[in-house]
Design a protein around this ligand. Sequence first.
Ligand code: ADP
Length: 493
Amino acid sequence: MQKILIANRGEIALRIMKSAKEMGIKTVAVYSEADRNSPHIKYADEAVLLGPPASNKSYLLGDKILKVCKEIGVDAIHPGYGFLSENAEFAEMVEEAGITFIGPSADSMRVMGDKLSAKEAAKKFNIPLVPGTEGAIDDVEEAKKISKEIGFPVLIKASAGGGGKGMRIVENEEEFEEQMQLAVSEAVSAFGNGAVFIEKYVTSPRHIEIQVLCDKHGNRVHLFERECSIQRRHQKVIEEAPSAVLTEEVREQMGKTAVEVAKACDYIGAGTVEFILDQDKNFYFLEMNTRLQVEHPVTEMITGVDLVKEQIKVARNEKLSFAQEDLKIIGHAMEVRVYAENPMENFLPDIGTLIEYQRPHGPGIRVDDGFEEGMAIPIYYDPMISKLITYGKDREEARLRMIRACEDYKVVGLTTTLAFGKYVMENEHFISGNFDTSFVDQHFNPSDLKKSDPEEEEIAALVLAHLLDTEKSKNSVSNTNQQSKSAWKTNRT
Ligand code: ADP
């Protein structure tokens, strides 16, 4: 494997290129007009413009990407996450063109790409599933009857769903019909497929996932869990590894089960098996993500394994160089996804320009990002600016380090989730480990953030100082404006 094309953008494109570079493999970047100045273009050995900003005119153009590969002699494609990464037809086209797809087979993707077929495959291997309908259901009365049997609350889920879309919690029989209609129409508009199914809503659920790695020679291992329960809109925003609540016994059971799920779909490469854990630490299979996850760095930090390198090695037909017994959890890692979103406005995107952008530094800090100071966050894609990862000898060190890192990270020009990250790190429920996926709804009060936003405090204080100065200068011959401002700043530091 001499040359890899990364069919992606931003932080993940850069992340993949770094591992490829360390392995002596040349890299090719692709980009849209909106990403002309992106660091991933400069970092790659070659870069090719795909087209206008919209994803369907650039990063989703599988044919065009393949054409580029043939023209410049690319021998493997890494799809990253999102875009074409879970597109089975694309994976097939790549392999048919004689190019290596760094990921699982198209068949594994098909089985796991649909939540219902994934559950069906898992069932054959006696994997624990959340009680619910076996297949898609479109008859409202029948669906309501089943929900009553399962017991409310229930979840209506889109079979083709992803990214937390097409999911509705139904608390009681009365609201069932309306919620089902909403779920179906949301599924049609988001995925072009209105198939929905019903699942028991697990109370006090924690989202815990297991990283797996499989080679083409029948070797399969798991790399322990990631706790991803801090979510907004059913989407992850803070992750950590290991989880604060898993016992050794449950960890081992979940790991073994995840390997079984991988076996159930003949999985190759790096994948993630997602589970939901209830209050009594019973776990149920949710779905499998057949790609590298956004939150993979926390696993890399606690295991010392470079997951991208492993993906590349597996794609080169190499055997895994370690067995399950060789893997150990050392230390603790946390990740805050730094989104251009306003946590005080229901996490609505807050797109803008990074007028000032300074990353935190120091021991145990990793920042995976794809932007530089002065760049604008494009409106066309996911508004994630970076991933802030901290590592410590234990959970407490990783947590305190994350607080420092959130404070040291300077982003001016738009609102980010950094203040929210710090808020979570300081929250008693997070500290004790006693939280579930409803953390944001239950414990986050946006007004708490206002109180603790040092930047806003600073601006308010500067305005106040300025007003006082103006008042003073009205009554005095000498202008003390600058002096009092700097005096206030000195007091603060
Ligand atoms: P998506 O593919 O859209 O991300 P998932 O099935 O992975 O959907 O679920 C996303 C999130 O929704 C989970 O992390 C969890 O918070 C919640 N969730 C999913 N299924 C259940 C369930 N049966 N009970 C409670 N919460 C659930």
